[in-house]
Design a protein around this ligand. Structure first.
Ligand code: HEM
Length: 411
C-alpha cells in the first residue's frame, strides 16, 4: 500500500506573500484542516470551519504559549515591561474575564463619541492630502495609510500634538514585535518593544492623571470614568489603550493600500465607484473581503477536539484563515474577483465571535471618509510604474504594503 505524504505548503515564499489566494485555494481543496510540521500549528482555510472556530468556546484566545515559543533565544526577563503592558489585553482573554473588560472598553466607543470623531477623520485626511496634492505623486503607505489611522487615534485619545509622534513610534515598536514572525531580528524587535512599553505606559499614566483632574470628551477621559465607576484598577488602562491603538492602527494602515491596489488593478470597478459614490460602503466591505488586512487570527485548543476529519490535541495552536475563508467559493460567488457590488458579503474580516472587532464602526467610518476624499481630490489616481510597489513581508497576522507609489494630476 502506498502512503501519500501531506505536502508542506510554504506560506512565507515570496510569491505567496504577494498573492496567497491561489495557495489558500489549493489548501482548502486538498487539506482544509492542515497541520504544518514546519510552523508547528494547524491552519484552517474553509469558511465554515473558520467561522465555527471563532465562536467555539473550546478554543482559547490566550496565545501566550505560542508567543513565548516564537521568542526563540530571547530571555523573557528582558521583556518584562512589554509583558506587563500586554498581558492584560482583552484580545488575549476568554470569558468571563473578557466579558468584563469588553463591557468597560465599550464605554470608549459611545455613539455620541463616534459621531464627534467624524470631523477629526475628515480634517486629518484632508491635511495629509494637502501635503501631496501639488506634487503629482505620493506613496499611499508613507504619506497616507501609516499616519492617518495613528493620528486619528492620537486625536481621539486627546494626546497633545507635541507628543503624538512619540506615541505612534512607541505603538509601532510594540505592535511590530507583537505581530512578529519568529526568527527575523526578534531580539532587536524585543528590545525596542520593551523600551517603548515603558515610555508608552508613562505617557498614558500622565494623561489619566490629568483627565482625572480635568475630564474631557476624549476616549481616555471616557475610559477613566468607566474604570473608576466600576471599581477597576486604572493601572490596567494602558493595556486597553495599547490594544486599541495597535488593533486600530495596524489593520487600517494595511487595508488602505490593499484597497487602493484592488481599485487600480480593477479599473472598471474604480470607474463604477467614481460614477456612483453611493457604492462606497459596499466597496469598503469588498476591499476587506478581497485582500483581508488581518489574514489570520490564532487560538489554542483548550481540550482535544475534531475539526473536519482531523483530531486536534489539547494545547495545539490553530491559525484561523480569515483571508482564506473570505475567498471560499462555497461561500462567495466569483470569490477571487474584486466586485464592489458583491452582495451578500458576509466576510470574516472583522472576526465574528466574542472578540468581534471593537472598532468596527470607527474603522468603517475612517475607510469611507478616506476613500471618498482620496477619489474626490485625486480622481485620476494611477500606479507609478517607475517605482515598484513593495508588498509587506511580515507575519501571517498582518497583510499589506511597505510601499505603494501612485501618481495623479497636479491641481
Ligand atoms: C480595517 C480595519 C480593521 C480590521 C480588518 C480589524 C479586524 C479585527 C479582527 C479580525 C479582530 C478579532 C481578533 C481576534 O479574534 O483575535 C479585531 C479585534 C479588535 N479590533 Fe479591529 N479591525 C480593524 C480596525 C479597528 C479599529 C479602527 C479599532 C479601534 C480603534 C479596532 C479595535 C479592535 C479591538 C480593541 C479588538 C479586540 C476586541 C476583543 O478582544 O474583544 N479595530 N479587529
Amino acid at each position: 500500500m502506498s502512503v501519500t505524504k501531506t505536502p508542506e505548503y510554504d506560506l512565507f515564499s515570496p510569491e505567496v506573500l504577494i498573492n496567497p489566494y491561489p495557495l489558500y485555494n489549493i489548501m482548502r481543496a486538498a487539506d482544509p484542516v492542515y497541520y504544518s510540521e514546519a510552523l508547528g500549528y494547524w491552519i484552517l482555510t474553509r469558511y465554515k470551519d473558520v467561522e465555527a472556530a471563532l465562536r467555539d468556546e473550546r478554543l482559547s484566545a490566550d496565545r501566550r504559549p505560542l508567543f513565548v515559543k516564537q521568542l526563540g533565544d530571547v530571555d523573557v526577563n528582558s521583556i518584562q515591561n512589554f509583558i506587563h503592558l500586554t498581558c492584560n489585553m482583552m484580545i488575549e482573554k476568554d470569558p468571563p474575564d473578557h466579558t468584563r473588560l469588553r463591557k468597560l472598553a465599550n464605554q470608549g466607543f459611545t455613539t455620541r463619541a463616534l459621531e464627534s470623531w467624524r470631523s477629526i477623520i475628515q480634517a486629518t485626511s484632508d491635511r495629509l492630502l494637502d501635503r501631496v496634492q501639488d506634487r503629482g505623486y505620493m506613496d499611499i503607505v508613507t504619506d497616507l495609510s501609516i499616519p492617518l489611522p495613528a493620528l486619528i487615534i492620537a486625536e481621539i485619545f486627546g494626546v497633545p500634538k507635541s507628543e503624538q509622534d512619540d506615541l505612534i513610534r512607541w505603538a509601532m515598536d510594540i505592535g511590530t514585535f507583537w505581530g512578529a514572525p519568529g526568527g527575523q531580528n526578534i531580539d532587536v524587535l524585543a528590545r525596542k518593544a520593551d523600551v517603548a512599553s515603558v515610555e508608552f505606559t508613562a505617557l498614558i499614566r500622565r494623561l489619566i492623571a490629568q483627565r482625572r483632574r480635568q475630564p474631557g470628551t476624549d476616549m481616555i477621559s471616557l475610559l477613566t470614568v468607566a474604570y473608576e465607576e466600576q471599581g477597576f484598577d486604572l493601572e490596567q488602562l494602558p493595556s486597553l489603550c495599547i490594544l486599541i491603538l495597535n488593533a486600530g492602527h495596524l489593520t487600517t494602515t494595511d487595508l488602505i493600500p490593499n484597497g487602493v491596489n484592488a481599485l487600480l488593478q480593477y479599473p472598471e470597478q474604480l470607474r463604477k465607484l467614481q460614477a456612483n459614490p453611493a457604492l462606497i460602503n459596499s466597496a469598503v466591505e469588498e476591499m476587506i473581503r478581497f485582500d483581508t488586512p488581518a489574514p489570520f487570527v490564532f487560538r489554542i485548543a483548550k481540550q482535544d477536539l475534531t475539526i473536519g476529519d482531523r483530531d486536534i490535541p489539547m494545547g495545539s495552536a490553530i491559525a484561523l484563515g480569515l483571508g482564506a475563508a473570505n475567498h471560499d467559493p462555497e461561500k462567495f460567488d466569483a470569490s477571487d474577483v474584486f466586485d464592489i457590488t458583491h452582495s451578500p458579503n458576509e466576510h470574516l474580516g472583522f472576526g465574528p465571535g466574542v472578540h468581534f472587532c471593537l472598532g468596527v464602526v470607527l474603522a468603517r467610518m475612517e475607510l469611507v471618509i478616506c476613500f471618498n476624499t482620496l477619489l474626490r481630490r485625486l480622481p485620476d489616481l494611477h500606479f507609478d510604474t517607475d517605482k515598484p510597489a513593495i508588498p509587506r513581508h511580515s507575519s501571517l497576522v498582518f497583510k499589506g504594503f511597505d510601499s505603494l507609489p501612485v501618481k495623479f494630476s497636479r491641481c
